[in-house]
Design a binder for this molecule. Structure first.
Ligand SMILES: C[S@@+](CC[C@H](N)C(=O)[O-])C[C@H]1O[C@@H](n2cnc3c(N)ncnc32)[C@H](O)[C@@H]1O
Length: 368
């Protein structure tokens, strides 16, 4: 399908498409054939239950002595690098298409406010997150938004088109879940923290059409892309360059605060600050929902090891520790009452499934 925001997505040459297909099928081969034939045959050495983080560490060290595991792991890492190498070449070839002055009068939907004064957190600048070259904040020219093109396109490729036509499955499912679970809840002001390219912010404007939707991120080039993208989709979103740990919104500004794939990419200190900031920003009876991929780590050690692989070999430094945090304790530490905290899962609406086709929701209602 030709996407509405096609003008800010890259065009692919014949060879680039061909390489993309190779990378996709190589990834399926690694995850299906190589995983089951070589890696999983080593898994019978695993105990049935492990508890402490140290045990996970020990298991990884044991696995690293197995050639099959190292073979699978190296190929998986190489495939991720290939994905971004191929995409990087495609985008760089057309780099002049991916900068635009956001003060252009044709951008009439919503608004944007960037702030050069926002210091970038170290957890953002010191790692090329999930091997994306340059991370989230790379800028080549003054009005550059190419990192947005890179991130948005990589979602289609990495997820093998399983996040919906607009990479918005998480936002769609979560906003629908909120509507069904709390039918009388009519949020007037909504905040999406760590909005990136705004893909998951837009469903909230669609599902709660009367609400004013704000979306924040620390990355200026991502926000430029998000603003242009939401204009192409003709949706009113207000984008601000702000750190979710400490925003400049007033106390009790929002009825609903959401985030998608933010919490596993921040340090433990930052995550604490974000939950504390949610408590400050929510109105009484307001709802907070942080959405993440469901790795099913409560079900098996293998799932935990798969997630742990991301931490060590896919430049996702906080994934394991994020998974191990007691979310009930965390929310209570900042004043949410235990009875108002709910950890739940929602099914993806997408036909193709991303991982096991479910999203993990960490939700809490503020009650003063
Ligand atoms: C994995 S991306 C998710 C983007 C988007 N929400 C999505 O669903 O695809 C994480 C985003 O969080 C942003 N981010 C990380 N820490 C942040 C913070 N403290 N404040 C605001 N944004 C942050 C990053 O810049 C990045 O855009």
């Amino acid at each position: 399908m030709k996407k509405v925001h096609h003008s800010i997505l890259p065009d692919f040459s014949h060879d680039e498409i061909s390489r993309g297909l190779f990378i996709k099928h190589f990834s399926i081969h690694i995850e299906k054939d190589i995983y089951s034939r070589i890696y999983s045959s080593k898994l019978n050495m695993l105990p049935n239950k492990i508890s402490k983080k140290n045990d996970l560490y020990k298991l990884r060290k044991q696995l690293l002595k197995k050639v099959g595991y190292k073979f699978w792991s190296s190929l998986k890492r190489i495939n991720q690098e290939l994905l971004f190498d191929n995409l990087g070449e495609t985008i760089f070839r057309q780099i002049n298409r991916f900068s635009f002055n956001i003060n252009n009068r044709y951008l009439r939907f919503g608004n944007i406010k960037l702030s050069e004064k926002i210091p970038l957190p170290r957890y953002i600048t010191s790692v090329d997150i999930h091997c994306m070259p340059g991370g989230y904040t790379n800028e080549i020219s003054k009005n550059d938004f190419s990192v947005g093109t890179m991130y948005d396109t990589s979602l289609y490729h990495y997820s093998k088109n399983s996040l919906g036509n607009y990479n918005d499955d998480m936002g769609n499912c979560t906003s629908s879940w909120i509507k069904t679970t709390f039918p009388s809840f009519k949020p007037k002001k909504i905040l999406d923290m760590g909005c990136g390219v705004g893909n998951n912010s837009i469903p909230y404007k669609i599902n709660f059409s009367k609400a004013k939707v704000y979306a924040i991120d620390v990355s200026a080039p991502l926000l430029r892309y998000a603003y242009i993208r939401s204009n192409l989709i003709k949706t009113n979103i207000n984008f601000f360059q702000q750190n979710a740990e400490k925003t400049n919104f007033e106390n009790e500004s929002f009825d609903l605060i959401v985030s998608h794939l933010l919490t596993h990419e921040t340090s433990l200190t930052a995550l604490n600050n974000i939950i504390s900031e949610c408590m400050r920003l929510l109105k009484n009876k307001g709802l907070m929902v942080h959405v993440e991929t469901d790795w099913g780590t409560e079900k098996s050690i293998v799932n935990r090891l798969n997630l742990d692989w991301e931490t060590h070999y896919n430049a996702e430094p906080f994934k394991t520790s994020h998974d191990q945090i007691d979310k009930y304790k965390l929310a209570q530490k900042y004043g949410f009452k235990k009875k108002n905290i709910l950890l739940t899962k929602v099914d993806s609406h997408s036909k193709n499934k991303y991982y096991n086709g479910r999203w993990n929701l960490f939700t809490a209602i503020k009650e003063t």
